[in-house]
Design a protein around this ligand. Sequence first.
Ligand code: PRP
Ligand code: URA
Length: 212
Amino acid sequence: MDFNENVHILDHPLIQHKISMLRDKNTGTNEFRSLVSEIAMLEGYEALRDLKTKNIEVETPIEKCMTPVIAGKKLAIVPILRAGLGMVDGVLRLVPTAKVGHIGMYRDPETHEPHEYYCKLPAPIELRTILVVDPMLATGGSGSDAIAQIKAHGGKTIKFMCIIAAPEGLKKISEDHPDVQFYVGHLDRELNKDAYICPGLGDAGDRIFGTK
Ligand code: PRP
Ligand code: URA
């Protein structure tokens, strides 16, 4: 399946190794949570490589020099509830000054259609680089609607980061939002009849929070 140039499949061996641990049904809640956070940090390193920098003066033990730091404090991390929450602290470890918004999306178990139940974004959202995070991109409905909602609130510069994507969902979301950059840990084979990703890792929210 072909995707546009805004889709980045991250094939780093450390990310792949940690995703394999996540997939294992014997990985317990505590380890699962840690892995999700570590993968988010590794993916965030890639997704944020175009953050703007500015030079400041620093005095080393040897001499003064001009040296780059991240310019401004305009990053917003927006997890899609619930499972996206598991990726927030990994990105915050990279950019501790980032603000955090929340979007609540619930996927109907029968129709697989997304329903929004909450949206709170940090102002001024139109000036921020917005990193939307959700471990799973299945049909693409939740992610696509979440991005549409952020745009409706004024969001302009949007990136979307997930751990596992299904081809069908990645195609849909990248076509719905050709202006958004997508960062994917691994592209899996397909969706099953219940719209779960195969081989996937099961229900990410349940595995992060120990529900079910
Ligand atoms: C999961 C996942 C995504 C969504 C992906 O959330 O975290 O948000 O499903 O599916 P889609 O691409 O087909 O929309 P879920 O609705 O299960 O909610 P939860 O995070 O509260 O468990
Ligand atoms: N949501 C999940 O958590 N897992 C899937 O495989 C599909 C949707």
